[in-house]
Design a protein. Structure first.
Lengths: 505, 171
């Protein structure tokens, strides 16, 4: 359909979502999707609500094709997906907290993001004022005489984000870990509603600071899909360059931090140096160390100067020299291997069931990568290999990250060699004709980030749903730590490095 | 490992010269730091970082202060694991309502004399989240703030300038 044409007088109804059309289903259709998720024929990408409808994004198992389905729920409830497919459970609890839509016969009806402290219930949909200072929360029981509980957080000992972990331990061994989140819930869904595209882009860039480039890219791609904007080729290359620099910086930072949690400070110091050099180069090339707000709908806002190309080559050469040394340092230090091998194992079955993205999924045999599977520009033009492992332990997650470092270095080289000349941003204006919808799936360093948005005819965001990869990784941390010792939790947690802010939104 | 250790002996340190403190920060601090505290604490300062709803951008840059280039500890400042050991709380984020009580309790658990440094634009006035139902806004609305270090996020040099100014004024 050609949206640029002004010949079409009436708004398509329902608004067509691009590039993946949104299908309307009835209750039976909705349940059929839920059942196919439970059978493993499809993977759940996201589940989100609106005033009187719920949406689900799934990935077809046979071909990596994305489908979005919608169920109208005028009576305020919908058949629970979580009842059949546990990965949906937390998303359903979040829908109820924010939009007041109830999942019927849900396995877990406790609130998730709502701690009773907002002064309102379901703030995004017909809010209702409340007086409660806070809600009590019933943690799942773990019974038996020798068990004791260890509550950790929300304020943690390190410089990390807030969240609560409730350990039930038998001596040193963790019997059950239960996570409780929502502490950094900032109300992004509601702030998005009614925001201009420019403001919405700033919000999207601040969902999870470590993935700011990936979020800006995902948001921009969804807008570009909705408005049929063609991004200039040079801009796609520069976007990928920023995304890969972000990936490299995060992987080096995290590998160092994982080793630091196993008391191996030398690796931490060395990786910290690599990370710092990448961030400094990012600042000199693009004007911001984290490259925040550098990607905008239509392209990028800063061009890469010629002298910076040479400087980036120098940096990449140095990292290529350092990487094998760091790999040797990691691999040859047996005291480190002693901590990482066999610790915090995620089974292949769980990684598949939760459609777990990023290095957590890849270390447990799920090789999905949006750069390959969706293949947004310029990645189909580039040659790179995705890392994979089957061990599923802390060690495997570190090795997968080393694989990803090698892939990213290779991509950056190709971008610097092959990036075409030309404009860096498409000239486009809001057409102001009718409501449009767009979606995107982008590979951040942590995994695939899903965005779906609807822009009203007046150019204002009506609804923007941002799904962090952490939604499907956090639950697996609970499984990974089971039967490990409490002291290994920081190590496991860091090897996942899920986002609290991206999850709590 | 030997190679890394040998290089450490042979090469110059990566650690950089200290940045010059920001004059405006010093002015702001002049009002807030009591004489008694200066005598009591000298230059050695323990910092407890509290994320009160940040997007984790500020945390990344605060982390960077510990890397070889900035090496915060040489200024007599170090991050501690508990507010009970802290002189200074370094608070980030637009103080989400779900974190408000945790921040208040952390402040209450910090022994006197104590100071609060609010880091980042969100901690200053709520930033992009200031109109949210889920956020209180500025850190100063919840606990008394002695110094603001602005930026989204402030880079490590900006953070260092603020912190050095803080210590200079104290000693």
């Amino acid at each position: 359909m050609n949206f640029a044409s002004k010949q079409i007088p009436a708004q398509p109804s329902p608004p067509t979502c691009l590039p993946w059309p949104r299908e309307i289903v009835d209750r039976a259709g909705w349940l059929a999707f839920a059942e196919s998720l439970a059978r493993g024929e499809r993977e759940l990408l996201s589940l989100w609500g609106e005033s009187s409808s719920v949406h689900m994004a799934v990935l077809e198992e046979r071909e990596p094709r994305l489908r979005i389905v919608t169920l109208d729920c005028p009576k305020g409830s919908f058949p629970s997906v979580g009842r059949l497919h546990p990965p949906a459970s937390r998303l359903e609890r979040a829908i109820r907290d924010l939009y007041g839509l109830r999942a019927e016969n849900a396995p877990d009806e406790r609130p998730w993001l709502d701690h009773g402290r907002w002064g309102v219930r379901h703030p995004c949909n017909d809010p209702e004022k409340i007086d409660s200072a806070s809600d009590s929360y019933a943690f799942l029981p773990a019974e038996g005489e020798p068990l004791h509980q260890i509550p950790v957080g929300p304020v943690h000992a390190g410089i990390i984000e807030p969240g609560h972990f409730r350990f039930s331990a038998n001596g040193e061994t963790v019997v059950r870990l239960e996570e409780r989140f929502g502490f950094v819930h900032k109300g992004v869904d509601q702030l998005m509603a009614g925001a201009s595209i420019e403001r919405a882009a700033r919000l999207a860039a601040r969902v999870s600071g470590d993935s700011t480039v990936a979020y800006s890219l995902a948001f921009s791609q969804a807008i570009e899909a909705a408005f049929d904007v063609n991004v200039p080729p040079r801009a796609t290359y520069l976007r990928a360059l920023m995304a890969e620099l972000e990936r490299l910086a995060n992987h080096f930072g995290d590998i160092g931090a994982i080793c630091n949690d196993a008391a191996f400070a030398l690796m931490h110091a060395q990786c910290g140096i690599v990370r710092e050099r990448i961030l400094r180069k990012a600042a000199s090339c693009f004007g911001h160390r984290l490259m925040m707000d550098r990607i905008a709908p239509g392209g990028v806002v800063v061009d890469l100067e010629q002298e910076n190309v040479a400087a980036l080559f120098t940096l990449i050469e140095w990292i290529e020299l350092m990487t094998p040394r760091l790999i040797a340092l990691f691999g040859d230090t047996t005291s480190l291997q002693d901590r990482t091998v066999g610790t915090g194992v995620v089974s292949e079955a769980l990684a598949k069931q939760y459609a777990c993205g990023g290095y957590v999924g890849r270390a447990s045999g799920r090789t999905f990568d949006a750069r390959k599977a969706i293949g947004y520009a310029p990645y189909p033009q580039l040659t790179f290999e995705i890392g994979a492992a089957k061990g599923g332990d802390v060690d495997a997650r570190v090795w997968v990250r080393f694989d990803e470092i090698r892939a990213s270095l290779r991509i950056v080289r190709q971008i610097l060699d092959e990036a075409p000349e030309g404009p860096i941003i498409a000239a486009w204006t809001l057409p102001e004709d009718w409501t449009r919808e767009g979606a995107a799936l982008v590979e951040g360093f942590r995994g695939d980030i899903f965005v779906w948005l609807r822009i009203r005819a007046d150019g204002v965001v009506q609804r923007c749903h941002l799904r962090d990869p952490s939604w499907f990784q956090w639950p697996l941390l609970e499984a990974a730590i089971k039967d490990n010792i409490v002291a290994d939790f920081p190590l496991c947690n860091k090897s996942f490095n899920c986002s609290y802010s991206g999850h709590d939104l | 490992m030997q190679k890394f250790l040998l290089q450490g002996l042979l090469r110059r340190a990566l650690t950089e010269q200290a940045p010059i403190p920001n004059p405006t920060s010093i002015a702001e601090l002049g009002y807030t730091l009591g004489r008694t505290a200066r005598q009591k604490l000298g230059r050695s300062l323990s910092i407890r970082e509290v994320d009160a709803g940040s997007c984790n951008g500020c945390e990344l840059e605060i982390h960077a202060l510990n890397n070889a280039y900035y090496d915060l500890e040489r200024f007599g400042m170090r991050f501690v694991a508990s507010p009970r050991h802290a002189d200074v709380l370094l608070v980030t984020g637009p103080v989400t309502k779900n974190m408000r009580e945790a921040l208040e309790r952390t402040y209450a658990a910090t022994p006197d004399p104590k100071w609060v440094i609010a880091v980042g634009d969100c901690a200053f006035d709520g930033g992009v989240y200031c109109e949210s139902y889920a956020c209180v806004g500025a850190v100063a609305k919840v606990v008394p703030v002695d110094l603001h270090i602005r930026g989204c996020p402030p880079d490590p040099t900006t953070l260092l300038k603020g912190l050095i100014a803080f210590v200079e004024t104290m000693s």
